[in-house]
Design a protein around this ligand. Structure first.
Ligand code: DON
Length: 585
């Protein structure tokens, strides 16, 4: 962690200023209640870290340091990302995982880009009716809280594929997993995010004795700061993967235990589902924004397509001015249009046709732009009719890596909810996901993030549920300029959008861009969710244009790296996550 320089970012002054009094007297009562929360402010500042040789920014510090150790031993960004990915499965158990899935976007020093899709797949026994109740209605209990929600995990296959294809060749997979094994075996202090997140999930974890024996005290009570989290079974599972490769996970005793655990809990994932799992290398989705190129995740993520669609719409406006409310307003208009397209068009590209080229075309954005009134919010119902519900999500985790060779990795992976479905497969230490809630259980039935969908994202055997995860690399002259991404369910894509616009158009440094308050619109519900920190004047200006602004606590965490023209890496750990860290050398 040598060479860290910390300074206060520009534009952050005033984040914590309460401006409720600035609102007009005619504000509705519910708006006033929302304003109290919007104006409260986070009080946190981002702390940029500057380094020249390599950097990892992650939501947990030990895992970031483990990645940097690999860089210092001569590893490249992919080696480091794989080591950090396995480490987070131990040190950030709410979202770091080997029982879930995710996406890795890679930019290589030779100018080539790649996207590793290690999204979970639906077991063979899942069909369009799997998440309905007896009356044919979507049953959130089934898709969120039951073992039926478990998707076949992709993380081990994905990290191994990335390493095999794009690692430096200096390390075995076992070398990269070794630090995670040591951490699981020796235990780690029960602090930071672990201490913050576990109490919230106590009841969900306590449902399964196999989970309780790891994440709760022997008497069933909650772990407290000062306790250690020791994960011996997880160490053994990681050891087997380190020794025998992904086969140990997908075809052997671990697979048998995962399938047995799912079955015992009422799920349908079998050893054959695990044996069939494949991570897939895909061509990243590419767009341009002003003088930059955008490289992001294609379907089964909606993220890259939505991001490029929104940027294309915004490219038609000058956003480099001081009218913050107008910039935010235009972003909101772009958001609702892209999210409407997501709902209708996107799904697993191996099962349904995704009109990606059309959605990311500049001409398509121009057509959308023509429907935007710069002075008046378009009601969601004028964009497309649909359901309307809202329910908050839990956690995912993103990390960004750059090395001195010119490689960059953006990786986002998840168990969906915090600690997934809460079930540890007995004897493995592996927490299982509830990713299948990301399907549209029924047309227009909202998932946990309030997202609706139709046939393209209906549940089906072997199908990958549509994701919002948006690991993204912004290039300038075909070299990494910005590496970013975030957790936050449906809020991920708009968080990434705001980081990019904050840097490129609004002239913020990366720490300021990451820390700045975010807002979010996802077409339905027809509301703008605003984090703490916006001024009352900005909120009032959005309302004056017809936006329905409501308060929301922060859900995203955009741990990002920017590369300066001189070749310095500037890392910004998101102050929204306790324990997030940028480590460079
Ligand atoms: O893939 C998705 O879009 C979701 N399963 C991600 C979940 C998430 O980000 C939760 N974090 N707050």
């Amino acid at each position: 962690m040598a060479n860290q320089r910390r300074f206060l970012p520009r534009r952050l002054t005033g984040v914590a200023v309460v401006c409720v009094v600035a609102l007009s007297a005619g504000v509705r009562a519910e708006d006033r209640a929302a304003d109290a929360a919007i104006g409260r402010g986070q009080g946190d500042v981002a702390q940029p870290v500057v380094a020249h040789n390599g950097m990892v920014v992650a939501q947990e510090g030990r895992a970031a340091q483990i990645g940097v150790d690999i860089l210092q031993k001569g590893g490249n960004a992919v080696d480091a990302a794989v080591a950090t990915g396995f480490a987070l499965a131990v040190s950030y158990p709410r979202a770091g995982n080997i029982g879930g899935g995710g996406f890795m976007v890679i930019h290589r020093a030779n100018g080539e880009d790649s996207a590793i899709d290690y999204r979970e797949t639906a077991p063979r026994a899942i069909d369009a009716k799997s998440f309905l109740d007896a009356n044919g209605n979507a049953d959130p209990q089934k898709s969120r809280e039951s073992a039926l929600a478990i998707g076949v995990p992709g993380t081990v296959a994905g990290l191994a594929l990335a390493e095999q294809k794009y690692g430096s060749g200096r390390f075995t997979l076992g070398d990269l997993i070794a630090p995670a094994i040591a951490m699981a075996r020796d235990g780690i202090a029960f602090t930071d995010d672990r201490a913050e997140s576990l109490p919230n999930e106590h009841a969900r974890l306590a449902r399964w004795p196999s989970s309780a024996k790891i994440f709760l005290k022997a008497d069933g009570g909650a772990l407290s700061p000062g306790d250690r989290l020791v994960q011996g079974d997880l160490a053994d599972s990681l050891q087997a993967i380190a020794r025998d490769g992904p086969r140990a996970f997908y075809d052997g005793t671990i697979a048998e235990k995962l399938a047995a655990a799912a079955h015992a809990a009422g799920g349908v994932m079998t050893v054959d589902d695990l044996k069939d799992y494949r991570a897939i290398e895909r061509v990243p989705v590419r767009g341009s924004y002003r003088r930059y190129d955008i490289v992001s995740m294609p379907p089964p993520s909606s993220g890259g397509v939505e991001l490029i669609e929104m940027l294309n719409i915004l490219e038609g406006y000058d956003l480099a001015h001081d009218d913050e409310a107008q910039t935010l307003f235009l972003m909101i208009e772009a958001m609702k249009r892209a999210y409407a397209d997501r709902a209708l068009f996107l799904g697993d590209p191996d099962k349904v046709q995704n009109p990606v080229a059309r959605l990311i075309a500049k001409s398509y954005a121009a057509a959308w732009r023509a429907t935007i009134d710069p002075a008046q919010a378009t009601p969601a119902s004028d964009i497309r009719a649909g359901g309307n519900s809202q329910n908050e999500g839990r956690n995912t985790t993103h990390f960004s890596v750059v090395d001195r060779f010119g490689n960059a990795v953006a990786n986002t992976y998840t168990l969906n909810f915090s600690y997934g479905v809460g079930l540890v497969a007995d004897g493995t230490g592996i927490l299982l996901n509830n990713e299948l809630d990301d399907f549209a259980a029924k047309p227009e039935a909202p998932n946990a993030y309030g997202l609706i969908g139709y046939d393209a994202n209906a549940p089906g055997p072997g199908k990958r549920p549509l994701s919002s995860m948006t690991p993204t690399i912004v290039l300038k002259d075909n070299k990494p300029f910005l590496v970013t991404g975030s957790p936050g369910g449906s809020r991920i894509v708009t968080a990434v959008l705001q980081v990019i616009v904050n840097v490129i158009d609004r002239g913020m440094d990366i720490a300021g861009a990451v820390a700045a308050p975010r807002l979010h619109n996802q077409w339905l519900p027809d509301q703008v969710f605003a984090e703490p920190g916006f001024s009352g004047a900005v909120i009032a200006a959005l309302r004056a244009r017809g936006d329905k602004v409501v308060a929301q606590r922060p859900f995203t965490s955009a741990n990002s790296i920017m590369v300066t023209p001189e070749g310095f890496f500037v890392g910004a750990a998101d102050p929204r996550t306790r324990g997030a860290l940028a480590v460079g050398y």
